[in-house]
Design a binder for this molecule. Structure first.
Ligand code: THU
Length: 132
C-alpha cells in the first residue's frame, strides 16, 4: 500500500537529517505524478537562515526531476508527538499540490499517524491562480 511505503520512507529519510544546531530531526517523503517517491531531510546551516526543511528538500528534489504534481506527503519529526509542517512548507505544498484534497501524513511512527488534507492545514491559500 503506497501510504505505508510513503510513511516508511519518511521515517528512513529522517535518519539523514543534518541538524547540529537544533538536534531536531525531520524526514519527509513525497509522491508525485510519476508515481515515484522522493525523500528529504532537514539540512541546517550555521547561518540558521539558510536551513532547509525536510518537506521542501523532498519536494524540490521531485520537481528537479521534472515533476510538478504533488499527490501525497508524509513527514516525521518528534518521535514522541506529531510534528506539523511549518507555514513555509505548507505554502510550497500548495504550489505543487494537484488539488486541495491531497493527503498529508503527520507521522509519529509506522502505526501512529494523522491524516490531514492540505486544505485542512492551509485553508484559503494564496496560489498562482491569484496571479492570473
Ligand atoms: N523543520 C522541518 O524540517 N520541517 C518543518 O516543517 C518544521 C521544521 C526543521 C527545520 C530545522 O532544521 C528544525 O526542524 C528545527 O526548526
Amino acid at each position: 500500500m503506497k501510504e505505508k511505503i510513503l510513511i516508511k520512507e519518511a521515517i528512513k529519510a529522517r535518519e539523514n537529517a543534518y541538524c547540529p544546531y537544533s538536534n531536531f530531526k525531520v524526514g519527509a517523503a513525497v509522491l508525485f505524478e510519476d508515481d515515484e517517491i522522493y525523500t528529504g531531510c532537514n539540512v541546517e546551516n550555521a547561518s540558521f537562515g539558510a536551513t532547509m526543511c525536510a518537506e521542501r528538500t523532498a519536494i524540490f528534489t521531485a520537481v528537479s526531476k521534472g515533476n510538478t504534481k504533488l499527490k501525497a506527503i508524509a513527514l516525521i519529526g518528534d518521535l514522541n508527538g506529531y510534528t506539523y509542517p511549518c507555514g513555509m512548507c505548507r505554502q510550497v505544498m500548495s504550489e505543487f499540490a494537484e488539488n486541495g484534497d491531497i493527503k498529508v501524513y503527520i507521522v509519529k511512527n509506522e502505526t501512529d499517524y494523522l491524516v490531514k488534507t492540505l486544505d485542512e492545514l492551509m485553508p484559503g491559500s494564496f496560489t498562482r491562480k491569484d496571479l492570473e
